[in-house]
Design a protein around this ligand. Sequence first.
Ligand code: DGY
Length: 348
Amino acid sequence: EVWNPSGKYRVVSTKSMPGTRWINLLTAQDCRVEICTEKKTILSVEDILALIGDRCDGVIGQLTEDWGEVLFSALKRAGGTAFSNMAVGYNNVDVSAANKYGVAVGNTPGVLTETTAELAAALSLAAARRIVEADQFMRAGLYDGWLPHLFVGNLLKGQTVGVIGAGRIGSAYARMMIEGFKMNLIYYDLYQATRLEKFVTAYGQFLKANGEQPVTWKRAATMVDVLREADVISLHPILDKTTYHLINKDSLAIMKKEAILVNASRGPVIDEAALVEHLKANPMFRVGLDVFEDEPFMKPGLAEQKNAVIVPHIASASKWTREGMATLAALNVLGKIKGYPIWSDPNR
Ligand code: DGY
């Protein structure tokens, strides 16, 4: 699909993206926009090489693609200087290879913070109240009347939410769980989440002034403290060498038997095979997963576990956010083509 065929700068998007604002932005600035219409979901390096072709000024790519030496060198040869991931995470991008070939890299933070945090909150609730299991039970026609023990789950109020990685998304999630469900907070991050701490303190004072039990916060000295103390744990780190399999057999063993674990960050942060074994051995332990170690696949056995809520990497999938991500990705590429610093450079 081609927009503004006579445009001076050739910008390729490896996927169709929501909305038209991003296309309008580019075409209004003399860009010819080419959108790949290939039907298969995940493009190979060869597919993308063909898209880059002999001349290409910039590319908007996706987190399912492997942006390394081969693609960045090809982009340079084609005269390209700009690449943007349509994602905040960029573990699929070898930024040093991009730097080596003089290609600026952008990502799309900010616009997906609340949407992603809302999905993590939804997974927390779905796991706590066994929503998916109960839904399947209804659809199977198994409901034959109210029972005192039917789908009994966990009350969140007064329990402790544990956040591992209290950056933009982790902090937004924490606020939702604290304000929405009056949970106490324990978090682990290399950096102090000062604004989050101030929020919990102020909210705690507000509750107290209204005669309610105040909420509390604690910054954990180690991740183990979060694993040991929290009732609901949500993972929000970036994926790199230090966070690969952060949650493994040993860390799962530390968690409470009835804990809930949520992951809307990146799949390889959890050792998924170890998680499957843990879910099998601990039916009261529950997970809410948006991401998987080897997407689009799941480790054998995961789909059969009733104590797992699983959705297909949709944390940022609200219309507003996806249009915003597309717009930021276009701005990143356009900025660089026009000689400005890239809008959002993960190196900065
Ligand atoms: C991201 O942006 O990194 C998400 O995984 C997709 O929105």
